[in-house]
Design a protein around this ligand. Structure first.
Ligand SMILES: [Zn+2]
Length: 183
């Protein structure tokens, strides 16, 4: 699986530049996502799509499953759908997806079908699994079994991203959601 890590293949200089950019994009995404924690619908899952070469952000999305009554409205899948619609293109080649959490197999598959260059994630599926049900297939494994190519990088700023899940407002909302489920 080591061959999928970008860092190893890049020259140290390029890698350092890229990781500085990645940190900046991830910090911006965390700042965007954390704002939702102060609303009535805290959503710790955020995703953004950025032009890989220029670093220009295209758009961001949060998980919207509850409000949309859509179990597939995960942040990454939403961002991909919004991006292809905005660009009026089926392919997101040339773009990178950032996500506060490692994508589930559905979202990683969507990233592959969309032809995204690269994925950078924060917290891991294992981290999210402490609070939410997950499908236990790492994103890197979904990518490795695909005919399409998408570089998977992460975890990046894992602690900062995981803090979105352990924020008191998120934990309160999780308790609310689970009591709702029992009714
Ligand atoms: Zn997902």
């Amino acid at each position: 699986m080591g061959d999928v890590a970008t860092a190893a293949r890049l020259t140290p200089q390029r890698s350092a530049k890229k990781s500085m950019q990645d940190i900046g994009h991830m910090q911006a995404l965390i700042a965007h996502t954390v704002r939702s924690l102060l609303t009535k619908q805290p959503r710790p899952f955020g995703a953004s799509i950025v032009h890989s070469k220029s670093g220009k952000p295209l758009l961001r999305a949060l998980n919207n499953t509850m409000a949309a009554f859509d179990p597939t409205a995960h942040a990454e899948t939403r961002a991909i759908r919004l991006a292809t619609k905005r660009l009026k293109k089926l392919s997101l080649a040339g773009y990178t997806l950032y996500s506060t959490c490692e994508p589930c197999p559905m979202c990683m598959s969507a990233a592959l079908w969309a032809g995204l260059d690269r994925l950078v994630y924060g917290a891991t599926i294992e981290d999210a699994n402490r609070h939410f049900n997950q499908i236990q297939i790492p994103a890197v494994e979904v990518a490795a079994r695909s005919d399409m190519r998408c570089v998977v990088d992460g975890p990046l700023l894992r602690d900062e991203c995981y803090a979105l899940f352990t924020h008191p407002n998120t934990l309160r909302a999780i308790r609310r959601w689970s009591s709702r489920k029992r009714k």
